[in-house]
Design a protein around this ligand. Structure first.
Ligand SMILES: C[S@@+](CC[C@H](N)C(=O)[O-])C[C@H]1O[C@@H](n2cnc3c(N)ncnc32)[C@H](O)[C@@H]1O
Length: 244
């Protein structure tokens, strides 16, 4: 199924009209979103989100608008919702769907929803913190649109929590650029993947996750991660796992 199956998807139309040529990507990102939804992606999110979606880092709310058009209830947050001047990508832009001001804590109020993260910022910790908080709150499903570890989305802790980092890269390669993930638990297990239209040179797709410890409520709230402000290894954030 391609993007044209969606009744409204100007980003998909733009991508199709230029054949995904890299020189059109910046303009497309600035006007719509970092990632291009198609009908298969929207159907996958809808079918894994019976109670709706809570989206964090929603930017212009483009995915929220298309999900909403498809009948999915979406509550979208961004730490600097457009047209805020504080948003380095979307200052001055009108959003496509309501995006409220909200940080990681906003996720906690919606454990029955699917947590949606589309192109979480590279090497920032907030998306990993959101994965942890959604898990601790009893959340059952996560959808991520982005690139694999080492790509342009998320940080090592984020990819470790999703089960995509079998070993700590900071320790393995004695790298100073990333956080030590030796104590980072895998919280989520991938249960599906959907191909989306890609810009030339971009390797993104949509992945669906459920809790690694299963839906048994007795097993919820098992772990919490304390996000220490202590420096990384050797100069960034360090994770400590606290059993509760
Ligand atoms: C790379 S952009 C992706 C935007 C949108 N998801 C898209 O695909 O177009 C990352 C977004 O995350 C937001 N963000 C950064 N830190 C955040 C935080 N702690 N809580 C919520 N949103 C945050 C930024 O303001 C920005 O809009």
């Amino acid at each position: 199924m391609d993007s044209h199956a969606l009744p409204w998807n100007p980003l998909g139309d733009l991508h199709a009209s230029c054949g995904g040529a890299a020189e059109h990507r910046d303009e497309a990102v600035a006007r719509y979103s970092f990632a291009i939804p198609n009908a298969a992606a929207i159907e996958a999110i809808a079918s894994s989100s019976p109670e709706g979606v809570v989206e964090l880092g929603a930017g212009l709310g483009y995915w929220g608008r298309i999900l909403s058009d498809g009948g999915v209830h979406v509550t979208a947050y961004d730490i600097a919702p457009p047209p805020s001047d504080r948003n380095r990508w979307y200052a001055g832009r009108a959003p496509w769907h309501p995006v409220a001001e909200g940080d990681i804590a906003s996720v906690e109020a919606h454990p029955n929803r699917t947590l949606l993260l589309v192109w979480p910022t590279r090497n920032e910790t907030w998306a990993a913190e959101a994965l942890d908080l959604h898990h601790c709150s009893g959340g059952g499903a996560v959808v991520v649109v982005g690139e694999p570890p080492g790509g342009r989305t998320g940080d090592d802790s984020f990819h470790a929590m999703l089960g995509h980092l079998p070993q700590c890269l900071a320790c393995r390669y004695h790298s100073s650029g990333s956080a030590c993930t030796c104590n980072t638990p895998q919280l989520w297990s991938q249960v599906g993947e959907v191909e989306i239209p890609r810009w030339q040179g971009i390797d993104d797709s949509l992945s669906i996750y459920t809790r690694s410890d299963g839906p048994d409520p007795e097993r919820r709230r098992r772990r919490r991660i304390r996000w220490a402000s202590a420096p990384r290894r050797p100069d960034g954030p360090r994770l400590e796992v606290r059993h509760v």
